[in-house]
Unconditional design. Structure first.
Length: 126
């Protein structure tokens, strides 16, 4: 599987703590968690692959009512070079019979934990 393949994600939203977990797979050898900002944490495996995203205070992060986080779809694009990890999250949900998209972008210094490339993740069949 190359970096440009779309990796299918599973996700779970915990409304009690307002945390969203998106995972490529459950079972991997963990290397490090990168705190992109106070709300976004990226988990990286020992082979420098992004394996999971954790979003804390998710309602605030996406500026959305929590009820929509239970039934949302996600498209995530991560671009990595030697210096920077750039991530873009698009949350897609239905709001009063209208499809809406919420977009959040972040940057993080790449301390060579993640292999260079373009990574795509989705919970929908894009």
């Amino acid at each position: 599987m190359s970096n440009n393949d779309i990796h299918q994600l599973s996700y779970n939203y915990d409304s009690e703590v307002d945390a969203l977990a998106l995972r490529v797979k459950e079972d991997y050898t963990y290397e490090v968690s990168l705190e992109v900002n106070p709300n976004l944490i990226i988990d990286v495996s020992t082979d420098k692959k992004i394996m999971a995203f954790e979003i804390l205070d998710a309602k605030h992060y996406f500026e959305i009512d929590g009820e929509y986080l239970d039934k949302a779809d996600f498209v995530i694009t991560v671009t990595v070079n030697d210096d920077v990890i750039k991530s873009e999250f698009i949350l897609i949900t239905m709001d009063n019979q209208t499809r809406k998209a919420y977009r959040v972008s972040s940057k993080h210094i790449n301390e060579e934990y993640v292999e260079n490339g373009l990574y795509k993740y989705a919970t929908i069949g894009v």
